[in-house]
Structures are given as C-alpha cells and as structure tokens.
Design a protein around this ligand. Sequence first.
Ligand code: NAP
Length: 276
Amino acid sequence: MKVGMIGLGAMGLGMARRLAQAGFLAGVYNRTAEKMAEFTVPHYNQPEALAADMDVILLCVSADKDVLEMVEAIASTIKPNTIVVDTSTVSSETAQKAADCLAKKHAAFLDAPVSGGVEGAKNGTLSMMVGGDADVLDTVRPILASMTARIIHIGATGSGQATKAVNQIMCAGINQAVTEALAFAEAQKLPMAKVIEVISGGAAGNWFLDHRGLTMTQGEFSTGFKLALHHKDLKIAELMATGTPIPLTVTTIKDYEQLMREGYGDEDISALYRLK
Ligand code: NAP
C-alpha cells in the first residue's frame, strides 16, 4: 500500500519520519514546501496530486477548517477504497463531515488523534484513539503501528476525537496543577531539580512534570505543544461539554487567552507558568 502524508508540522514531521524508516512512506505534501526537503520520496505541490497516487493518506494539520480544506481537496482526485487517517485534533463533528465527504467517493475515513507530544511522534510512541470502521483500522494497523505504542479502537466515527477531548481536558488540569505546585516550590526557595526528581518518582509523578517541569522553571518554553493549539482543543471540549461542568478547562481557556494576548501563543503550554 502506498502511504502519503499531508502536514509536516511539529507532529507530522516526526510521524512521516517513522513511516519512512518503516518503508511505508510513498509521498509527502506540505503547504510550506521547504519542510519536505529532507524526504527522499516524491514531494507533491498539491494535495490533490498526492491523493491521486496513494492508497492510504495520513493527515496532520492544525484545526477543523484546515482538515476540511484538505479533505475537500483530496476528495476531488482520490481513488475508491483509499483510506484517509486524520491524526489532527479537531471536533467529532468535523470528523463526521470528513467521513461523509469521502464516503461519496467510496473512500474510508478514520479519526485518529494522538497523544504523546512531539517526543512521541519522534520516537514512534504515540497513543492513538480511533473512531470509524474497525475493519478499516485493521487494514492500516501495521502502518499506524510504525508511529505509535498504542492504538485503541474506540467506536464509531467521531469517537476518537471525543476521546481526545477527554485527554485535552485532563491535560489542562495537569498543567494547572504542575505549574501552580512548581511556582509554590520556587517561592519556598527549594532546589527545583531535586524537587522535580523526587516528586516524579511518587504518586504525583506525571508525563508533563517529567518532560516540562525543569524547562518551565528555567523560563524555557520553546519546544512541544503550542499553547494556541491547546486553546483550540479546549474550545472544542467546551462546545462538546453540554451539561458537564468543566471549570478547570474554562479557567485554562481564560489563562491561555491572556497569554495569547501577550504574544505567547506559539510557546509550549508550560508557558502557563508565566502566570503563576
Ligand atoms: P504545527 O507545527 O503548527 O503544524 C501544522 C501543520 O499543518 C503544518 O504542516 C501546516 O503547514 C499544516 N497546515 C495548517 N493549516 C493548513 C492548511 N489550511 N492547509 C494545508 N496545511 C495546513 O502543529 P502540530 O503541533 O504539528 O499539530 C498538528 C495537529 O496535531 C493539531 O491538530 C494539534 O492539535 C495536534 N497535536 C499536536 C500535538 C503537539 O504536541 N504538538 C500533540 C498531539 C496532537 P505549514 O508548514 O505550511 O504551516
């Protein structure tokens, strides 16, 4: 099966490299062409041209409108029975629209958002939550396995994205807890590296503390997951949370909006530490 990748941003680049290492990658498209330079497979200058050549197309672009733009573009040239796997984080509604658009062309769609950050994409250890037909997933599972440590089929189309919203709500709470606790530690004049090392090994240990704890206390927010993107994800969760109170998420949305106004939208989500 020929596999094409659309979107070589912070996440897509790592995924495409893993696909290339495993021998699956047959072509790439990125809106900013320079990002394709390192790949030895064909570079496409339009998503439509890539779609015409591939059996499996992976997408990793920013937001709902970008996914729908790409899906509409590839739908114009896609072959019947092609499988499109969207790893972007968008709403369940967008996943359903994408699936409907591709179904008209007899192509299949899986919403397959991922968790694990740029490190997970780079190391092929992402956790992937999938909505759509289970048999379709089984067809592409060996391909997706080259960039993930865990693939779980959740249910019908959109359920992968709903699960990702759960993940993003949890990340908001963890970000609030870690940044608040480390600001407290700093105010106590504690040795931060030692505090982070010992807490990481106990009941409060978590991925975010391990990967972002030390850097945030050093004022380093350049790598990782852009705050503006997490803000986008939390707004999706807020829209979906009809009747379920999500107060930590609402607070985090407001905090991110303040940071975005101050010009920090492209920084990692650990930049929340700036407000603590
Ligand atoms: P990013 O570094 O900003 O990259 C975005 C990618 O999407 C770039 O390749 C960009 O092309 C492309 N793109 C955006 N709009 C487009 C459009 N209208 N048409 C064509 N291409 C378009 O973002 P990222 O961190 O890789 O995130 C990508 C997705 O993964 C997002 O949905 C995000 O929420 C999700 N995600 C991110 C993380 C993380 O830790 N970063 C973790 C899990 C999931 P250009 O290069 O031309 O700008």
